[in-house]
Design a protein around this ligand. Structure first.
Ligand code: FES
Ligand code: FES
Length: 158
């Protein structure tokens, strides 16, 4: 017999409830239960960073996080960064700099970059590379990604 667990999450400023199995990951609940499909499933084993979301201010890998452990926590996904039709500074910089190739890694990259600029508003190039080191891009477009984070930093993080 399996037992579902009720959880309540604040996602992008709104309360969401779900009934989850004890082994369900946060990634599964976000994508497959609550339909926040901007968060991507890449490796599903903690390596690529495509599933990155911000939980109570920290970047976490959704595929390694047990959803039931996130009860009551505050989560930001890629869908929560824009203000209506206005992209965040980081999103806008990635767009303008052409940092996006196939795009699959981008939600995780942008989440990681947003968190980096929150804690370090003016990072060095080395700090940017370190901050994004957990996010892999199969298209290998890291140069423009780093430049986009620099541009977003110059403009501010809001
Ligand atoms: S899908 Fe989670 S780290 Fe790759
Ligand atoms: S843009 Fe294709 S995986 Fe990064």
């Amino acid at each position: 017999m399996t037992t579902t667990v009720p959880i309540t999450l604040t996602i992008n400023g709104a309360l969401h409830q779900a009934f989850v199995q004890p082994w369900h990951t946060l990634l599964h609940v976000l994508r497959d239960v609550l339909h926040f499909t901007g968060t991507k499933r890449g490796c599903n084993q903690g390596i690529c960073g495509a599933c990155s979301v911000i939980v109570d201010g920290e970047v976490v890998r959704g595929c390694l996080s047990i959803a039931a452990n996130c009860q009551g926590r505050t989560i930001t996904t890629i869908e929560g960064l824009a203000n209506g039709n206005t992209l965040s500074n980081v999103q806008q910089a990635f767009l303008e700099l052409g940092a996006v190739q196939c795009g699959y890694c981008m939600p995780g990259m942008i989440i990681a970059a947003t968190a980096l600029l929150k804690r370090t508003p003016k990072p060095t190039e080395e700090e940017i590379r370190e901050g994004l080191s957990g996010n892999l891009c199969r298209c290998s477009g890291y140069v423009k990604v780093v430049r986009a984070v620099q541009v977003a930093s110059e403009r501010g993080t809001s």
